[in-house]
Write a protein that binds this ligand. Sequence first.
Ligand code: ASP
Length: 439
Amino acid sequence: MWRKLPLIWKILIGMALGMVWGVVAVLIGAEKFTSDWITPWGIIFLNLLKLIAIPLIFVSLVKGISSLTNISKLSRIGFKTLALYISTTVFAIMIGLAMVFIIKPGNTFSDEKKAEYTEKYQRTVEEKEVTAADQKEESPLRVIIDMVPENIVKASSDNSKMLQVIFFAILFGVAMVMIPSGKVKIVKRFFDGLNDIILKIIDLIMLFAPYGVLALLAGLVVDFGGDIDLFAALGLYAITVVIGLFILILFFYPALMRIFVKVKLRDFFRALLPTQMVAFSTSSSAATLPVTKEQVEKELGVSEEISSFVLPIGVTINMDGTSAYQAIAAVFIAQVYGIDLSVGQLFTILLTALLASIGSPGVPGGSIVMLIIVLSSVGLPAEGLALILGIDRPLDMLRTVVNVTGDSTVASIIARTEDEIQYPPIKETVEKEELVEIS
Ligand code: ASP
């Protein structure tokens, strides 16, 4: 029975049991037992996720970038695609940040409690402040200097140096694109295979997720002294993500479509609804790609040439919903732990969330590992991940809807600027003409 249960249910059950155990442990005074015998399993789960983070980011970035071989042929369209993908993602992250700062889901604790937690994590904050002070004295360009590794092996050995690995991966990918494809054919196939292996490893690690989540949550609840406010915070966090994502789906993309593509909103939603439903139920923008392509071509009249170039790239590198959620999650975790983020750290969150959207695979839960990168880049406790993991799946479904809507919108805008769109699509015009003839 347990074996046949879908993973999401197992994780939810694990989460619930972990919380219940945490509260019971506080009531019966089994805190030490919990931290000695239960929490370590959660740490093992976290370590497994961290373990795969660097290989995943390196391989998926190289694969993503090197798949842009068409960029030289279609350099103009390529440039526009990248520019639009990046700007929509940055906008989505800003919406996410705005929402999390307006709603403040992690601030449900009383001031005293906050002070208590802040003190608990004071050391992390102090360490950060020292580094920040050092950086200030050194050079305003420190952030950029820190992004360029002097030794890739050293950079790969430290999860907080993820940006350096990303830098090297981008360099590697770009160099691959610049070399004649015949010469790097084997390397490409190697990276394709490696990518599949890493995705499989993630699948295997996720089998352990229900137990890991149980252990981590039990530990967290004990850590927070069985505080009920923690659950209120969690609910509010989910609401924040949902509101942020709905703003994108209902206002941002429709506005772009209306202004730049001149598509009637009703047509836009009618065209995208099937794509959105598939995205919602599969939680995978990669699996949704065939439907996205078909709908964009048939219902919005985007030419096949544009859709088959822009959409696959989008699935790999454009995940607006994912990056908005990552920004919200990171700030939420900081709020829960009473850690104040500086402007510089917010900027790092923006940058890493943008890069994580490029590096996340379009599969269910693809961005969870990437969230570790965002968290560690600003020194936030990775344990915070356990808080949000249990309610991740429904949010994943919704952010995948945003991801595919973003891809479709960008494809339509590019088609419009290239005069490669036939809207209303021919199919409809023909149908209407036929109707007129028949009547
Ligand atoms: N499931 C998302 C997608 O496929 C990725 C993620 O945010 O985990 O687009």
